[in-house]
Design a protein around this ligand. Structure first.
Ligand SMILES: [Zn+2]
Length: 68
């Protein structure tokens, strides 16, 4: 089973929106947000904190782009 597919598309250098799943490791709340990948490969979503006040203990999972 291979899951090493990295996005190789650099069409016009446009910023690609990506969905991420953010799960709070304290209360278990899950958020689905859209973010954009910055130059260092991190996805910025603007997400600040969970409803429980947690600001730094999350599991962040990138989601596959929606089917076109
Ligand atoms: Zn929480």
């Amino acid at each position: 089973m291979t899951e090493a597919q990295e996005p190789k598309h650099e069409e016009g250098g446009r910023v690609r929106r990506e969905k991420v799943r953010i799960q709070c490791n304290r209360c278990g709340e899950v958020y689905i947000l859209r973010g954009r990948r910055n130059k260092s490969g991190e996805i910025e979503t603007g997400f600040v904190q969970c409803i429980c006040g947690n600001t730094d203990d999350f599991t962040i999972t990138p989601l596959e782009p929606a089917v076109r």
